[in-house]
Write a protein that binds this ligand. Structure first.
Ligand SMILES: C[S@@+](CC[C@H](N)C(=O)[O-])C[C@H]1O[C@@H](n2cnc3c(N)ncnc32)[C@H](O)[C@@H]1O
Length: 214
């Protein structure tokens, strides 16, 4: 169909689907695959959050997004409180969690360890007293023209950029009991105005800056 024909149909009130709508899907796709074939507690995220040697911290995921990191951590046995401030992302997460719970079995088990809150994590973190807080803000746009994955682009269209990420990190550092983890592009500069991290776990495209609480 030509662009003009598509535009005419749209004007006439017919929806013209141009791309797959964004959904939260914990059962199929990449998340389901990672659940079956992922590397357990040896994965970078799990190690960064301190899931090892029988230790399972209480986790706060301060930037829930599509809930993938939270779902992975809950699948490894952690209780995770997810915080999302975008009403649209919160609605997608609520829907995705309900569908996964309805699957029953392992999925329902994992979802039972996930608690979703709506609001700004800077306000909601203080009373939660999590052991480990994860922060994965929308990353700064890349300088190269690398293709951005469809879902990431769609999330960006909904939430924009997280310009207050350094403030969020500071709140987390004040309230976490054991550690704060910043998920950040592997080659990006450290976040401005924040103390040096204790150590890093560096993957191919993502790194985890781990801030231990003294
Ligand atoms: C890059 S996405 C997170 C992706 C997530 N780690 C996952 O596994 O799907 C960032 C999300 O954090 C949310 N966010 C950013 N700052 C926040 C804040 N201060 N409070 C609550 N949500 C926040 C954004 O709205 C966005 O949905």
């Amino acid at each position: 169909m030509t662009t003009t024909a598509a535009a005419s149909l749209a004007v006439a009130g017919f929806g013209v689907a141009t791309e797959t709508p964004l959904t939260v899907d914990f059962v199929g796709g990449a998340v389901g695959h990672r659940l079956k074939f992922g590397g357990g507690r040896g994965q970078d995220l799990a190690r960064a959050m301190g899931l090892k040697n029988g230790k399972t911290p209480l986790i706060v995921d301060a930037t829930a997004g599509l809930g993938r990191d939270a779902f992975l951590l809950a699948s490894l046995g952690a209780d995770v409180t997810l915080i999302e401030r975008s009403a649209q992302m919160y609605a997608l997460l609520t829907d995705g969690m309900a569908r996964a719970a309805a699957e029953g079995g392992e999925y329902a088990d994992i979802i039972s360890r996930m608690t979703l809150l709506h609001g700004d994590a800077k306000d909601l973190i203080p009373p939660l007293s999590g052991d480990a807080i994860l922060i994965d803000p929308m990353h700064p746009p890349r300088k190269t023209k690398a293709l951005v994955k469809r879902e990431l682009r769609q999330v960006r269209e909904i939430v924009g950029t997280d310009d207050d990420a350094a403030d969020l990190l500071r709140v987390a550092l004040e309230h976490a009991k054991q550690r704060v983890v910043l998920k950040w592009p592997a080659k990006a500069d450290p976040m401005d105005g924040v103390r040096t991290c204790s150590h890093q776990i560096i993957g191919k495209s993502t790194r985890y800056d781990v801030f231990m609480i003294p």
